[in-house]
Design a protein around this ligand. Structure first.
Ligand SMILES: *Cc1c(COP(=O)(O)O)cnc(C)c1O
Length: 221
C-alpha cells in the first residue's frame, strides 16, 4: 500500500469514528480529495487507492491534469473549490461536475446560460462568507436568501452550501452556522472542514469534507 492509500484509509477511519461517536452513521460523508498543486502521477496513486472525488481550486490548473484522467476514469467526480471568474465559466462547466463557489448573481447568470448553450446540467453549492471577512470570497450571510431565489429563477441546481471559516479562529461556530443556513434552505449538501478540522465539521453536519494535506502531504508551491 502506498503512502497516499494509507493516508486515505486513515482519514476514512477517523470519519467513521466521529460518526460512531456522535451516532450519525446514517449521515453519509463524502471525502473530497483536494489535489491542487499535485501532479497527475501523484493524483493517480489516490485514484488507484479507490479515491474518486477530487477538488481543485484553479480552473487553469485543473484543465492541464483532469481531462485525461477523467477520460481514463469516467466515474471520477470533480469539484471546483476555488474562485470562478466569468471568463472561465465555459471551461468550468465543461470540466467540473460540481462547482462549490457560486457567490454572486453575475456568476449564476453566466453558469445558467452556459448550461443552456452546452446542454449540460451541473451541481452547484453557494459559497458563504461565513465569517463576514472583507477580503474573503463568498456571499454575505444576509444576501444568501436573494441569491438562492435568483438561482432558482435561473434554473441552477443548487445542492448545497460551502464555507471557509476565518483562519486562526475556532471553526466550530462557523460550521454550525453554515449547517443551519443550509438547512433553512432545505439543502442536503454541506461542504466544510479541511485537514485540520474535518472531524469537528462532520460533528456539526458536514456532508462533504475537503482534505488536501492530510492525504497528499504538504503542497509544493
Ligand atoms: C486547499 C483547500 C482545501 C484543503 O486544505 P488542506 O488544509 O490541505 O486540507 C480545502 N478547501 C479549499 C477551498 C482549499 O483551497
Amino acid at each position: 500500500m502506498n503512502d497516499i492509500a494509507q493516508n486515505l484509509k486513515h482519514i476514512h477511519e477517523r470519519v467513521r469514528l466521529v460518526q460512531k461517536h456522535y451516532n450519525m452513521a446514517s449521515q453519509p460523508v463524502t471525502l473530497v480529495a483536494v489535489s491542487k498543486n499535485q501532479p497527475a502521477d501523484v493524483i493517480l496513486r489516490a485514484i488507484e487507492a479507490g479515491q474518486r472525488v477530487f477538488g481543485e481550486n484553479k480552473v487553469q490548473e485543473a484543465l492541464k491534469k483532469w481531462p485525461r484522467l477523467k477520460e481514463q476514469y469516467p466515474d471520477i467526480v470533480l469539484h471546483l473549490i476555488g474562485p470562478l471568474q466569468t471568463n472561465k465559466v465555459k471551461q468550468a462547466v465543461q470540466l467540473f461536475d460540481v462547482i462549490e463557489t457560486v457567490d454572486r448573481e453575475k456568476i449564476v447568470q453566466a453558469l445558467a446560460s452556459t448550461e443552456v448553450h452546452m446542454c449540460k446540467k451541473r451541481e452547484y453549492y453557494v459559497q458563504v462568507n461565513i465569517g463576514n471577512e472583507e477580503q474573503k470570497a463568498g456571499i454575505a450571510i444576509d444576501k444568501v436568501d436573494t441569491l438562492m431565489s435568483f438561482s432558482k429563477e435561473m434554473g441552477l441546481n443548487i445542492k448545497g452550501m460551502m464555507c471557509i471559516p476565518p483562519a486562526h479562529e475556532v471553526a466550530a461556530p462557523y460550521f454550525a452556522l453554515l449547517a443551519k443556513i443550509a438547512k433553512h434552505h432545505c439543502l442536503s449538501h454541506v461542504s466544510m472542514g479541511m485537514s485540520a478540522d474535518f472531524e469537528s465539521a462532520i460533528a456539526l453536519g458536514a456532508t462533504h469534507i475537503r482534505v488536501g494535506t492530510a492525504i497528499f502531504g504538504e503542497r509544493i508551491k
